[in-house]
Design a protein around this ligand. Sequence first.
Ligand SMILES: C[S@@+](CC[C@H](N)C(=O)[O-])C[C@H]1O[C@@H](n2cnc3c(N)ncnc32)[C@H](O)[C@@H]1O
Length: 240
Amino acid sequence: MVKEKIISAYELIADKYDELIDHKPHNAYYDRPNTLALLPDVRGKIILDAACGPGKYAEILIGKGAIVKGFDISPKMVELAINRNKDKGEFFVHDLSLNFSMIEDNSCDIVLCALAMHYIEDWTNTIKEFYRVLKNTGILVISIEHPFFEYNFFKSKEYFGIENVKCTWKSFGRPVEVNSFRRPLYECIAPLTDNGFYIDKLVEPKPTVEFEQLDPKHFKELNEFPAFMCIRAVKKSTDG
Ligand SMILES: C[S@@+](CC[C@H](N)C(=O)[O-])C[C@H]1O[C@@H](n2cnc3c(N)ncnc32)[C@H](O)[C@@H]1O
């Protein structure tokens, strides 16, 4: 099954991922600054970090005064998130595609899901769960692989479909095959707007200057064509 392959891949690279995450250009100087810029002041806010990986986002958010709960499907990633954040935050193993039964209705100010939605084939239940756990007018911020980038990168012939795709990552020690699901732009927006959210802001990010020194080739490419997309969605008011 695709899900088992995704878990195995992340279990294999988790330690190296954790070691590199602070300064890996696509994360540190492309995804994170652009995604974090979509969050409001997080001081005192309750944040669910869905698919938290080794807890780098959580570390930053806790450092800014947020109360963070995070989960990930990879037990190794969760262990690393706990180690990175010591006794701060709360981290557990859970699957993004299942109900978040451990999180109460209307209990989170913000849900963050960075670079993980492409591991889910059908977004509907996940988005419904984000909606359920968010407080009225709560904020959902997601970063995803840009659908046009994926269409080109995976040389797709069926733009309108949702396809299982795979590629080999070589920058985490040994090469590892990573499966994910490519989808058209419509399938990134409709699950949100059909399930109680409005899109407040959509960003096609540019890398920061630090990226250029570490990886000039990709810096040039990312200034010509986006690889990621960041979305801020708001839970529509239930007050009528
Ligand atoms: C690219 S990493 C991003 C980690 C973190 N959000 C960050 O940006 O630093 C993707 C993460 O998604 C997790 N993941 C993949 N499928 C998942 C699922 N079905 N449920 C929860 N986590 C999942 C992986 O284990 C991995 O830690």
